[in-house]
Design a binder for this molecule. Structure first.
Ligand code: B12
Ligand code: SF4
Length: 514
């Protein structure tokens, strides 16, 4: 095989960014897989240029123009940027490959703009692309392993890509690690609902942690496991054997059912400083939060007590909620969440608007069948800038009024003050304050208020939300154009639109009955 010049681009940002929160934190949201791809390409004998784009780099300077093959890792909110970059590189003679959440969720659409669209990606998948490395146009080749890889290169092998990425973070520097793939739970809105739980080797984790202890004085590790600690005993024993208690700070996403008090005690002893449990809804998913049949107010009380207990052991807790679920109706779910915020002042509430990411989740098929999925441009599909599912039990204005009211309550100076007083340590206090006053808290109140007023004043916005037209309103088109800047010129024709029902249309037609 000839020696290729390979570019690997991790799109953490989806356009040039400013504000302090992004400057401080974006490099810490880098993905593991682009680093893995870089390692596999080098091991196969190719030259790799790796760039993690956080919203502050000049890509034209950092990414050489004469590469043979460009891998891009992108979430859906970076799909336009990825398509524009792909189009530039294809014009310059390179082949391009897209991987990551967007490729998994919208493969049909992505195949219009990339030569390869990768689903589950293991070493064999990458070697196949390297061997072929050719243009596939107008429709790209869709490749993927049948399941998640059994092994991934560890921190030592990825270090040459991790080091320059975290060097961009001015203060808090976080190393991404992973100990398992998939999840045993089956939350119908989740991309991992049908992906088997699969632990990765403990020897690898231990070697990575030991390596980090030699590299950094006080490492910080963020676990990218979809649900950390499913095999709690084994995972913690592996960590304890490799790391003296409290020498590394750990952050993880974990479900409440895993966070019992004895487990919390052990997490605390081992330096876990941030936990992000998913509460999602007051009416469903009781198994995940260990609340059984308790719903509504009873569930709020139980979960709030539980989260307050977590806060006694772990200084930083982000409680994740999904707004606009079909089980919600009226004021009650929102009032219950406000009550949770009041009863649990130390937790940072993170809200996601119900989103159907293409073929990510089983629920999406149902929503597409019901004609409820809207073609918001990908740029806005990040759980916040748009809800691309028409709500079942609310009109849009009813929903937005309640979402804004909840956000205002959660990020009122009263709640911010109570959160600050309930938090311990500089990190928790300062991060929560920064998040509340920057794009996340105040910023989303401003943004949602604009959208809410457009629903009253801009007929094109209202018609789009109601599903009466698929023409993307000027307000959204303008935002994408401003976000992409000069890259917008390279956005392929038609890339602003997508078919929101592509998943449904790709289903095999049932055999005729005889
Ligand atoms: C860990 C995680 C995070 C972490 C780390 C993010 C990161 N950069 O990786 C944090 C907390 C920072 C995060 C943030 C966000 N996240 Co997140 N996150 C996850 C989570 C829980 C696990 C993903 C993971 O790493 N899995 C392990 C990897 C190895 O497996 P995998 O993702 O399946 O990847 C396989 C293939 O896709 C492929 N692959 C993956 N990347 C690449 C790259 C290349 C180049 C190639 C070739 C292949 C490839 O190979 C892998 C092995 O088969 C998922 C939910 C879930 N249960 O999966 C959500 C998820 C990925 N996040 C999601 C979202 C929306 C976000 C945010 C936008 C939320 C927000 N509003 O802030 C941000 C965006 C961050 C960013 N980079 O822009 C969505 C993405 C949907 C979409 N289509 O875009 C998901 C699916 C959750 C959901 N809502 O359904 N997230
Ligand atoms: S527990 Fe989390 S990762 Fe697992 S299926 Fe539910 S939402 Fe997905």
């Amino acid at each position: 095989m000839r020696r290729l010049r390979v570019g690997v681009l991790d799109l953490v940002g989806n356009g040039p960014l400013s504000n302090t929160w992004n400057r401080v934190m974006q490099p810490n949201f880098a993905s593991i897989m682009p680093q893995v791809i870089g390692v596999w390409c080098e091991q196969a004998g190719h030259d790799v240029t790796f760039v993690c784009y956080t919203g502050f780099e000049d890509l034209a300077r950092e990414l050489p123009s004469d590469i043979d093959l460009l891998f891009i890792g992108a979430f859906t909110n970076a799909a336009h940027m990825a398509a524009a970059i792909s189009s530039q590189y294809r014009r310059q003679g390179a082949a391009t490959a897209l991987g990551g959440p967007h490729a998994r969720c919208y493969p049909e659409d992505a195949a219009r703009y990339f030569d390869y669209v990768l689903g589950f990606t293991d070493r064999a998948t990458v070697l196949e692309v390297l061997r072929d490395c050719a243009p596939h146009r107008p429709v790209g080749l869709r490749l993927g392993a049948i399941k998640q890889p059994a092994q991934l290169p560890g921190v030592r092998e990825r270090w040459k890509f991790i080091e320059p990425t975290i060097a961009k973070a001015p203060a808090i520097k976080v190393v991404p690690m992973i100990g398992s793939l998939g999840c045993p739970y089956t939350c119908s809105f989740c991309i991992d609902a049908q992906v088997d739980y699969q632990p990765l080797g403990h020897e690898q984790i231990q070697e990575d942690l030991r390596f980090l202890l030699h590299k950094q004085k006080r490492p910080r590790v963020s676990w990218h496991d979809p649900n950390f600690g499913v095999r709690f005993e084994e995972t913690m024993t592996a960590i304890e054997e490799a790391v003296p208690p409290g020498r590394i700070d750990f952050f993880a996403e974990s479900s409440l059912s895993i966070l019992s008090e004895p487990h919390l005690h052990r997490l605390q002893k081992n330096g876990f400083k941030a936990i992000l449990p998913g509460i999602e809804s007051w009416y469903t998913l009781g198994n995940k939060s260990k609340t059984g049949r308790n719903v509504g107010l009873e569930k709020v009380k139980q979960v709030s007590d539980h989260v307050n207990t977590i806060l006694r052991y772990i200084p930083y807790v982000q409680a994740n909620f999904v707004l606009g679920l079909d089980d919600d109706s009226g004021d009650e779910p929102f009032e219950l969440t406000k009550l949770f915020v009041d009863k649990t002042p130390g937790a940072f509430p993170a809200y996601s608007l119900l989103s159907a990411f293409g073929q990510a989740a089983p629920l999406n098929l149902e929503l597409q069948r019901a004609g409820r999925v809207l073609p918001f441009p990908f740029h806005f599909l990040d759980n916040n800038h748009a809800m691309n599912v028409r709500p079942k039990n609310y009109t849009w204005t009813e929903l937005y009024d309640r979402v804004i009211d909840l956000r205002k309550h959660s990020f009122s100076w009263r709640s911010i003050g109570r959160r600050f007083a309930a938090n311990h340590g500089l990190l928790a206090c300062s991060l929560n304050l920064l998040r509340a006053v920057s794009s996340e808290g105040f910023g989303r109140i401003r943004y949602d208020t604009t959208v809410r007023s457009l629903l009253d004043t801009d007929a094109s916005v209202r018609a789009f939300f109601e599903g009466e037209t698929t023409v993307v309103p000027a307000f959204y088109q303008g935002m994408v154009q401003r976000a992409l800047g000069t890259l917008c010129e390279s956005l392929p024709a038609g890339a602003m639109e997508h078919d929101p029902n592509a998943f449904l249309k790709a289903q095999p037609t049932p055999a005729p009955l005889h």
